[in-house]
Design a protein around this ligand. Structure first.
Ligand code: NAP
Ligand code: ZN
Length: 349
C-alpha cells in the first residue's frame, strides 16, 4: 500500500497553497524513502506554479531542493542507509542506459528524465515535489550531504548550487579568470560563493543597488549597478565568463560586449514560454564568443559540488519559513526581495 503523507499544493496558477494528503509509492528494490527536513523555494517552482512555461499539471506539489534523512530503503539499495543525511534535486529518475545517462548527464536522458514535480514517472504516475513531509525516489538520484553543512543551508544546493557550479566548472572558472554573475538571487548568490571559492575574480551585475554590500560580503570584488546608465561601459571586453541567472529577457548583445575574446555568456535563467531574445550574429562573430545554456547538472557532478561546498564551508544564505508562508514567499521572490533563498521548515508542512 502506498503511504499517505502531508504536503502543500496549489490547485491553479493563482490559487493559494493548502495542506493536502498525497500518496508516496511503496518502496521498490531501488527506492529510498526520505524524511524531508527542509525544502528550498526555487524560482522554477514559481514559473511552474504560475504556469509561465505552459503545460503545468495541477494540483501541483512543487519543490526540488530537498534535504533530509533516509527513513527506509528498498532491498537492493547500497548507496545510502537509514539515518543518512541526503539531498534530492530536480531529477528523480532517468533511463540509466542512454548516452547522456552513461555520460553522467542524466538531465538530458534520451528517454526523458523524471523530475520531482510536474512530471510523470516511468510508471505513468505524476511525481509530487518536495513541499512535503516525505518523498520516495530512486537511489541513484539521492546525494550525500556531508557532515559540516547544515541540512537547512544544504537544501538550496540541490538546484541553485548545482545549476551554477556546473557551468562554472565547464567554462573553467578559477584563478586568473574574471566571472560576472547577472542577478543576485537564489542562483546568483550561489554562483558568487562558488566562483569566489574556485579562485575567480567575481563581479555582480545587479539592478538592485541595495545588494551591493551583500555582494561584497559574498566575496565579489566588483558590483555593477545595471540600472545606472553607462555602468557597464568601463567593463567592455573584460570578462571570461558571465552567468546570467535572470529570467526576464535582457539585452544579450550588451552582455556579450562585456566578454573578452573567446568568452562565454551562459544562460541559466529560464524566461516564460513565449520569450525570444534577438541578437545579431556579429555580437558572437567579433571575438569568437559563445552564448550558451546550462541545465542543472548530473548526479556525479552534484555530489562533487556538495563535497566542494563542505570543503569550502559553503551553504546557501537562507530565510527559514513555515509552510503557511509559502504564498508570501513566492511573491517576495518575484519582487527580488529574498536574501537569498527561502527554505521551508518541513516540520510545519
Ligand atoms: P531569483 O531568486 O528570483 O533570482 C533572480 C534574480 O534576477 C533576482 O534576484 C534579480 O536580481 C534578477 N532579476 C529578476 N527580475 C529581473 C528583471 N526583470 N530584470 C533584471 N533582473 C531581474 O530566481 P532563481 O531561483 O535564482 O532562478 C533564476 C532563474 O533561473 C529562473 O528563471 C529559474 O527558473 C531558472 N533556473 C534555471 C535552472 C537551470 O537548470 N538552467 C535551474 C534553476 C533555476 P537583482 O536584484 O540582483 O537584479
Ligand atoms: Zn530550481
Amino acid at each position: 500500500m502506498p503511504t499517505s503523507v502531508t504536503a502543500r499544493a496549489t490547485a491553479g496558477p493563482s490559487e493559494p497553497f493548502t495542506q493536502v494528503t498525497i500518496e508516496r509509492r511503496d518502496l521498490g528494490p531501488h527506492d529510498v524513502k526520505i524524511k524531508v527536513h527542509y525544502a528550498g523555494i526555487c524560482h522554477s517552482d514559481i514559473h511552474t506554479g504560475r504556469d509561465e512555461w505552459a503545460g503545468t499539471h495541477f494540483p501541483l506539489v512543487p519543490g526540488h531542493e530537498v534535504a533530509g534523512t533516509v527513513e527506509e530503503v528498498g532491498e537492493a539499495v547500497t548507496k545510502v542507509k537509514v539515518g543518512d543525511r541526503v539531498g534530492v534535486g530536480v531529477m528523480v529518475d532517468s533511463c540509466g542506459e542512454c548516452g547522456a545517462c552513461t555520460d553522467g548527464q542524466e538531465q538530458f536522458c534520451e528517454r526523458g528524465m523524471v523530475e520531482q514535480y510536474n512530471s510523470r514517472g516511468y510508471d505513468g504516475h505524476w511525481h509530487d515535489g518536495g513541499y512535503s513531509t516525505h518523498t520516495v525516489v530512486k537511489d541513484h538520484f539521492v546525494c550525500h550531504i556531508p557532515e559540516g553543512i547544515g541540512l537547512d543551508v544544504a537544501a538550496p544546493l540541490m538546484c541553485a548550487g548545482i545549476t551554477t557550479y556546473s557551468p562554472l566548472k565547464r567554462w573553467g572558472a578559477g584563478p586568473g579568470k574574471r566571472v560576472g554573475v547577472v542577478g543576485l538571487g537564489g542562483l546568483g548568490h550561489m554562483a558568487v560563493k562558488l566562483a569566489v571559492a574556485m579562485g575567480a575574480e567575481v563581479a555582480v551585475l545587479s539592478r538592485t543597488a541595495a545588494k551591493a554590500d551583500d555582494a561584497a560580503a559574498l566575496g565579489a570584488q566588483h558590483f555593477l549597478n545595471t540600472s545606472e546608465a553607462g555602468a557597464l561601459k568601463a567593463h567592455r571586453a573584460s570578462f571570461d565568463l558571465i552567468i546570467n541567472t535572470v529570467s526576464a529577457p535582457l539585452d544579450m548583445s550588451g552582455l556579450l560586449d562585456l566578454l573578452r575574446r573567446g568568452g562565454a555568456v551562459v544562460n541559466v535563467g529560464a524566461p516564460p514560454a513565449d520569450t525570444t531574445i534577438p541578437i545579431h550574429p556579429f555580437s558572437l562573430i567579433q571575438g569568437d564568443k559563445v552564448w550558451a545554456g546550462s541545465m542543472i547538472g548530473g548526479i556525479a557532478r552534484t555530489q562533487e559540488m556538495l563535497d566542494f561546498c563542505a570543503e569550502h564551508g559553503i551553504g546557501a544564505d537562507i530565510e527559514l519559513i513555515s509552510a503557511d508562508e509559502i504564498d508570501t514567499a513566492w511573491d517576495r521572490v518575484v519582487d527580488s526581495d529574498v536574501r537569498y533563498r527561502f527554505v521551508i521548515d518541513a516540520a510545519t508542512i
